[in-house]
Design a binder for this molecule. Structure first.
Ligand code: NDP
Length: 246
C-alpha cells in the first residue's frame, strides 16, 4: 500500500508515534523516526523497521526548534531522496486550571504542538510542491475539538492544529497534496498514564464505545490517510475516539 514511499514521523520513539512508524513500515514505507529525548527507544523502532526489510533512520530534533527542523528535513531529503508522508505526531501536555497555569507552560505546549507542526510543514512545503504529491497528517485531539477544563494550553494548541490543517489543505490541494488531522480520544500511552485514577474513570465514562483506545487504532487511520485509498480526502478532522466527540 505504501511501497516506495518515505514517511517522516515526529515523536516516533514511543507511544502513538512509535505505532504509526511501525504501521507505515508494515504497509511498505521507509521511515524517518524523529525523536527528541528518547534516543534508545527511537533506535529500537528503527531496528524493528529494518528487520521488516525497510529503510529507517532515527534523527534527533526538537520540533519546537525551527532551525533544527530545517536541518533535519534537509539532511533527510539528502539521505532518502524524497519525503512523501509527513506525520506531525510530537506533542506534550502541561495540564492545569487556568488560574494555576504559568505563562511558561502555556508557551511550551504551543511551541511543541502548534509551532512544531508549522515548523516541519514550512520546511517541507517547497519540496512537496516540486514533487506535486504528498500526504500530511497532523495529530490533533478530542480536546482541540471539544475543549477541556484544565487543558486550555493543550486544547488551544490542538484547535490551532485544525486551523493549520484546513488552511494548508486549501493551499496545497492544487499540487495533489492532501492535509488531514486525526483527533484521538483517550489512548493508552505514557501521556494518559500520567492522569489520576479519578480522571481516567471520568474520561472512560464519556466514551460511548466503553474502552480506552490503542495506539494501533490511531496508526491504522493515519496509514489509511497516507495511502492512495484516501486520495479524495483533504482538510478533514477524523475523530478516532470511541465516539467521545459525537
Ligand atoms: P506520549 O507522551 O506517549 O509521547 C510523546 C511523543 O512526543 C514522544 O515520542 C516524544 O518524544 C515526542 N515529543 C515531545 N516533545 C517533542 C519535541 N519537542 N520534539 C520531538 N518530539 C517530541 O504521547 P502520545 O503518544 O500519547 O501522543 C502522541 C500525539 O497524540 C500527541 O500529539 C498527542 O497530543 C496526541 N494525542 C494523544 C492522546 C492520548 O490519549 N494519548 C489523545 C489525543 C491526542 P521523546 O520521547 O523523544 O522526547
Amino acid at each position: 500500500m505504501l511501497t516506495g514511499k518515505v514517511a517522516l514521523v515526529t515523536g516516533a520513539g514511543r507511544g502513538i508515534g512509535r505505532e504509526i512508524a511501525l504501521t507505515l513500515a508494515q504497509y511498505g514505507a521507509d521511515v524517518i523516526v524523529n525523536y527528541n529525548g528518547s534516543k534508545e527507544k527511537a533506535e529500537e523502532v528503527t531496528a524493528e523497521i529494518r528487520a521488516m526489510g525497510r529503510i529507517a533512520e532515527a534523527v534527533q530534533c526538537s520540533v519546537a526548534d525551527y532551525e533544527a527542523c530545517g536541518r533535519m528535513i534537509t539532511d533527510m531529503l539528502a539521505a532518502f531522496g524524497h519525503i512523501d508522508i509527513l506525520v506531525n505526531n510530537a506533542g506534550i501536555t502541561k495540564d492545569n486550571l487556568m488560574i494555576k497555569m504559568s505563562e511558561e507552560d502555556f508557551d511550551a505546549v504551543i511551541d511543541t504542538n502548534l509551532k512544531g507542526t508549522f515548523n516541519t510543514m514550512k520546511h517541507l512545503y517547497r519540496p512537496l510542491i516540486k514533487q506535486k504529491s504528498g500526504r500530511i497528517i497532523n495529530l490533533s485531539s478530542v480536546s482541540g475539538v471539544l475543549g477541556n477544563a484544565g487543558q486550555a494550553n493543550y486544547a488551544a494548541s490542538k484547535a490551532g492544529v485544525i486551523g493549520l490543517t484546513k488552511s494548508m489543505a486549501r493551499e496545497l490541494a492544487s499540487r495533489n497534496i492532501t492535509v488531514n488531522a486525526v483527533a484521538p480520544g483517550y489512548i493508552d500511552t505514557d501521556m494518559t498514564h500520567a492522569m489520576t485514577d479519578s480522571a481516567k474513570e471520568a474520561t472512560l465514562a464519556q466514551i460511548p464505545l466503553k474502552r480506552v483506545g490503542t495506539p494501533r487504532d490511531i496508526a491504522e487511520t493515519v496509514a489509511f490517510l497516507a495511502s492512495d485509498k484516501a486520495s479524495y480526502i483533504t482538510g478533514q478532522v477524523i475523530s478516532v475516539d470511541g465516539g467521545m466527540a459525537i
